[in-house]
Write a protein that binds this ligand. Structure first.
Ligand SMILES: O=C(O)CCC(=O)C(=O)O
Length: 280
């Protein structure tokens, strides 16, 4: 379990160099059950590569993962990861996207990119999404470890798609999680080994932004109803600062049969004023 100093150090590294690695964040037993769930789902749903240069011709990505098996719910909520994300963003952050990234042997390196480059904000900017790459296999020199360019989150431009850049390999043992400011230049490595590289990308964004995956529509209501409250909030059943995301002045979490979270900002402002008046 991370302590306060660990959380601060990881968050500082993300701010300063754009990434940090939480070694062996996940217990081996969790890693094994996540991998076997992925293999079962691939088999049962007959899933294969999306076959684009970005998504890979030999890479199997399963999107909308939370709907397939409850074992995946542990990933976005993981106690060795989420506190760092919440320190960089805040405690009302959302899950932006969550998919598997299983690189088959022969998968070529992915073009270097950054995950916020389609957002029309001048760079450098504050971290707006934080991505967690979960290594479910050892990430090695030759099996496709993510390539990163330390410090590039501070560059004033995005990379040119398809251009070669000198990058560092994020090698790490299975169970480790690399967290990075999604403005960091990065890309999957080439898998020159004869085994598959298992990983997840679990990305978080601010509560005031649009999520990359439309989780409120993508996750059937009866599945969302069974989730822990924080995960429901993270999937968009929440109102950021009591303002963004309400439905006719109600918290969308009420649709899942729960009590509202925060008061709407308008009501909270009046209540605060009334308290101040009563005190004076
Ligand atoms: O597979 C990886 O290591 C990174 C994948 C990635 O950056 C992406 O798909 O956006």
């Amino acid at each position: 379990m991370l302590n306060e100093a660990d959380i601060r150090d990881h968050a500082d590294r993300i701010r300063d160099i754009g990434f940090t690695v939480i070694e062996r964040a996940a217990a081996p037993v969790l890693v094994e059950s996540l991998k076997s769930a992925l293999l079962r789902i691939e088999r049962e749903h007959n899933l294969g590569p999306a076959k684009t240069s970005f998504e890979g011709f030999k890479t199997v990505r399963i999107n909308n993962l939370l709907t397939y098996d409850d074992v995946f719910w542990d990933v976005p909520l993981h106690a060795n990861v989420l506190p760092v994300v919440e320190r960089v963003l805040d405690r009302e952050c959302l899950l932006s996207s969550f998919c598997s990234l299983v690189l088959g042997p022969g998968q070529e390196a992915q073009p270097i990119h950054e995950d916020t480059q389609l957002i029309p904000l001048a760079r450098p900017h504050i971290p707006i999404t934080v991505n967690a790459i979960w290594a479910l296999s050892d990430f090695t020199e030759n099996n496709g470890a993510t390539r990163i360019i330390p410090g590039s989150h501070k560059y004033d431009r995005s990379p040119e798609y398809g251009k070669d850049y000198d990058a560092q390999l994020a090698t790490m043992p299975a169970g480790s999680v690399m967290l990075f400011d999604s403005a960091l230049w990065h890309g999957g490595g080439a898998n020159e080994s004869d085994a598959r590289r298992f990983a997840f990308s679990c990305a978080y964004c601010w509560g005031w932004m649009r999520q990359q995956e439309n989780l409120q529509l993508g996750i059937p209501r009866e599945i969302a109803q069974r989730m822990p409250r924080r995960l429901q909030e993270m999937c968009g059943y929440s109102v950021y600062k009591g303002q963004f995301g309400h439905i006719d002045n109600h918290d969308p979490i009420e649709l899942l049969g729960r009590e509202r979270g925060k008061r709407m900002v308008w009501e909270a402002t009046d209540a605060k004023k009334a308290r101040e008046t009563a005190r004076s």
